[in-house]
Write a new protein. Structure first.
Length: 255
């Protein structure tokens, strides 16, 4: 199974178990640690954020321990989802707190139980935030900041985190992430719930670029339809029909 197919199996398993429901945020590829790591899937539910690392048969396990150790700094729970080929080695080498799932013939089997654990440093949540979100949090604690780059405002917030409780920082960060991915997550949720299952193509719905691609496709389809109309429907004007046939671009601009 390829990575996208394994992601669909994971999400379908969560759907069947009732873990995908209103209020849950599903994220495809969430970066952490200043973009040096990227969780294949993430789930925000009931005040916790869970990472899923996918290992298909084609993947190497060389960087896996380093990946999951870093994820434990940022996520309340880490789950490794492995194809059968790697399941044994993954279970043996995984951190005690990391859960391991094996996928065989489209079915998930829990090979090793993991557990929720508290993130040790509230500063780690700042890595999830955009500059505008950091500025909003600074405003909440009455710290002014003008004309600074993201690294500087992040440092300023880190210096003032003593004014915020661990719970406040976590709640703000998870809320900010959920709002950022609300549109794609809701689209995905509505689609799979109505159908009752997750298929690999549904992973596309979780892309932040999905709407842009659909808009461009709709514009192209509209242009192609108009050209077809000119060719097939305007035989009374040979010159216009010839122009439509010979044109390789949109005649009247983007629709």
């Amino acid at each position: 199974m390829l990575e996208r197919e394994l992601k669909a199996v994971v999400l379908n398993h969560l759907l069947i178990k009732g873990k995908l429901r209103e209020g849950v945020t599903v994220i495809n590829e969430l970066t952490v640690d200043n973009f040096s790591r990227r969780a294949d899937l993430a789930l925000i539910s009931e005040g916790n954020i869970i990472a899923f690392e996918i290992k298909s048969e084609a993947d190497s396990l060389r960087r896996l321990r380093g990946q999951t150790d870093k994820y434990l700094d940022y996520f309340d729970k880490v789950v490794i989802v492995s194809a059968c080929k790697h399941a044994g080695k993954v279970s043996e080498s995984a951190h005690d707190d990391v859960e391991v799932w094996e996928v065989f013939d489209g079915v998930v089997k829990i090979k090793k139980r993991g557990r929720l654990r508290k993130i040790s440093r509230k500063e780690n949540y700042l890595d999830f935030l955009t500059k505008s979100e950091i500025l909003l949090l600074l405003k909440r604690i009455n710290v002014s900041c003008h004309d600074k780059c993201k690294r500087e405002v992040k440092g300023l917030l880190a210096d003032n985190l003593c004014k915020l409780s661990f719970g406040d920082v976590k709640a703000f960060a998870l809320g900010a992430i959920s709002r950022r991915f609300e549109m794609t997550s809701s689209l995905f949720f509505n689609c799979v719930v109505n159908r009752g299952e997750v298929v690999p193509s549904d992973i596309n719905l979780l892309s932040p670029y999905y709407f842009g691609r659909q808009k461009r496709k709709a514009a192209k389809d509209s242009s192609d339809s108009f050209l077809k109309f000119l060719v097939e429907g305007r035989d009374d004007d040979p010159s216009l029909a010839r122009l439509a046939r010979e044109s390789t671009s949109i005649i009247f601009g983007e629709v």
